[in-house]
Design a protein around this ligand. Structure first.
Ligand code: NAD
Length: 424
């Protein structure tokens, strides 16, 4: 099917299906998939290695440029310039087609670098006119946390699908507004929880779910860094960040405990500490430790910090084995270790270093979003996933402030805030 006809067909058909699903009153329900905009067949190359060697996945399959979905990147800061824009080169279904920035010179330079038409550069004032640009299918919000809600709502009103960075917003009320706006516009909303699309984290989920570690007893997760540099950075301003280390990096620990178990916590306690007199922590916190109890009995012990040297790891302690990623939340260089009794010698404890093929997390996450739009599927990490973390972040702060353990109502079922698993 030629590009325009095929895209028009997909848009029209997906609107119909989403409207039907919204009318049914449940956006989490998977809806019937459209004919797949399938990737081209794999090119087979002759094998180079003996069967003893780790298999190669072969050359990646990708859509030609005119069949990929167009992304507009909103906010040209560190994450956009260092990770997201370079990652398009490794996507299969996506291309950058527009930029939204308050700095026209920077936007022009970046547009040239990525072959983006300078007519597709917007600023924060004329952002809404992106509605008239058919090249833009998906808007990716990469702004300070307190700006996510406004730009998601405006993007949905402009008739575009939305991918939004974590944390989803700075309050549950804002998250709900974002969900409602996308629902009303019949547009998809996905929160950019890159780890949930990444092979090592997916393998850990698999190991827990298929009971390879036996019965999980404990998850220990730590994510932090020594935040410094510019004291005026938005991460140190409560109004822009919503909080300190907890919503910025602690959210990875919280989200991991939830995606590993698939459960929602029923009890939370927490402690917080900021070094007195440290000018970085006038408005936001430096350290938070929190404990979660899950309905199956799994306990989780998490720490996050803007004061300790970079640590991005977690370990799952099961009755039969343990498994860890250290680092586990970093962009690259993830390392998996698994410890268990030897299957061939009962006197030996084995510690394995399992090496998977590393993949670009931002490319995987953007491709998942594009696939969901093309095939009218619910994203694996929709707005509801971000809303749940935001509610739990509020509860962690409350537990730390009051010194009380807070009980939460038990939720039945697994993965209740997630859409179908990603396919690649
Ligand atoms: P950054 O400060 O480097 O970039 C923010 C951009 O927003 C800048 O281009 C800045 O000019 C622009 N901006 C517009 N209005 C602003 C205002 N009022 N104050 C400050 N900046 C303003 O931040 P970043 O590290 O790129 O983070 C952006 C978002 O991405 C945040 O929500 C953050 O949590 C998220 N993030 C996610 C990951 C991840 O791994 N998924 C990693 C880093 C950041």
């Amino acid at each position: 099917m030629p590009e325009l006809t095929r895209r028009k067909f997909l848009t029209t058909a997906s609107l119909g299906l989403v409207a039907a699903s919204a009318a049914a009153g449940d956006m989490i329900q998977p809806v019937a998939a459209l004919p797949s905009t399938s990737l081209p067949p794999k090119i087979k190359l002759p094998p180079l290695m003996a069967p003893t060697e780790k298999e190669s996945e072969g050359p990646p399959r990708a859509l030609p440029p005119n069949e990929r979905l167009g992304f507009a990147i909103v906010g040209l800061g560190t994450l956009s310039l260092e990770e997201i824009l370079p990652a398009f080169a490794q996507t299969k279904r996506c291309k950058p087609v527009a930029l939204v920035s308050g700095s026209p010179d920077k936007a022009k330079e970046i547009a040239q670098q990525y072959g983006i038409n300078s007519k597709n550069i917007y600023n924060y004032q004329n952002y809404d006119s992106i509605r008239n640009n058919p090249a833009v299918d998906i808007i990716y919000i990469v702004l300070p946390n307190s700006m996510h809600a406004e730009y998601v709502v405006r993007g949905a009103k402009a008739g575009k699908h939305i991918l939004c960075e974590k944390p989803m917003a700075t309050s549950p009320a804002e998250c709900q507004q974002m969900i409602d706006a996308c629902k009303q516009a019949n547009k998809k909303l996905m929160i950019a929880y890159r780890c949930q699309y990444e092979p090592y984290n997916r393998a850990m989920i698999q190991m827990v779910r298929n009971k390879e570690l036996g019965v999980v007893q404990l998850i220990q997760a730590d994510n932090g860094q020594n935040q410094g540099g510019d004291l005026n950075q938005w991460r140190l301003k409560k109004a822009l960040a919503g909080g300190g280390c907890l919503p910025d990096v602690g959210i990875y620990c919280l989200n991991a405990c939830r995606y590993l178990t698939g459960e929602e916590p029923i009890e939370i306690s927490a402690m917080m500490h900021s070094t007195p007199g440290d000018p970085r922590f006038k408005e936001v916190e430096e350290n938070v430790n929190f404990l979660l109890r899950f309905p199956s009995g799994v306990l989780a012990n998490c720490s996050t910090s803007y004061g300790y040297h970079e640590v991005r790891r977690y370990r799952v302690f099961g009755s039969d084995a343990w498994a860890q990623l250290d680092p586990g939340f970093a962009y690259t260089g993830l390392q998996m270790m698994v410890g268990h009794k030897s299957r061939t010698n009962s006197m030996v404890e084995v510690v394995e270093n399992r090496r998977l093929t590393e993949k670009n997390q931002f490319a995987l996450e953007m491709d998942h979003m594009a696939e969901c739009v093309m095939e009218n599927k619910q994203p694996h990490t929709p707005g509801e996933e971000g809303l749940q973390d935001q509610k739990l972040i509020d509860t962690i702060y409350e537990a730390a402030r009051t010194g009380k353990t807070i009980k939460l109502p038990a939720v039945s079922g697994l993965d209740i805030t997630r859409g179908p698993n990603p396919t690649s």
